[in-house]
Design a protein around this ligand. Structure first.
Ligand SMILES: [Mg+2]
Length: 103
C-alpha cells in the first residue's frame, strides 16, 4: 500500500473509532503519548533479543513497529503533512547527501 493511501486509511479508521461509544477524538498529545508507549514496546523486544532471547517475540516486534508507524502516520495527518511527498523528498536528500546518485 502506498504511504498516502495508508495515511488516509489510518485517519479514516481513527475517526470512525472516535465516533464509537466510550471513545473520543484523540488530540495530538494523546497520539504522542501512545507513540512513546509503542516505542517502549519496540524497545522491550529489541532488548529482549539481546539479553533475554527466551522472551524475544519477533511477531510481537513486528506488531509494535507497525503500531509506531500507524500512529506516526496519524499524527502527521493531524498536522496535514503529506508523508508520501515528505518521504520521497527525504530519500532524494539522503541520496544527495551521501552522493549515492538518484534511482
Ligand atoms: Mg503495541
Amino acid at each position: 500500500m502506498e504511504i498516502s493511501k495508508f495515511q488516509k486509511e489510518i485517519s479514516k479508521i481513527f475517526s470512525e473509532i472516535a465516533k464509537k461509544p466510550d471513545f473520543k477524538e484523540q488530540s495530538k498529545e494523546d497520539i504522542l503519548i501512545r507513540i512513546m508507549e509503542e516505542v517502549g514496546e519496540v524497545s522491550r523486544q529489541v532488548i529482549r533479543e539481546k539479553y533475554r532471547k527466551d522472551k524475544f517475540n519477533k511477531a510481537n516486534l513486528t506488531e509494535e513497529i507497525s503500531d509506531v508507524i500507524m500512529l506516526l502516520n496519524f499524527l502527521a495527518s493531524k498536522y496535514n503533512i503529506d508523508l508520501s511527498k515528505e518521504c520521497e523528498d527525504k530519500i532524494r536528500r539522503m541520496r544527495e547527501k551521501f552522493d549515492l546518485g538518484q534511482d
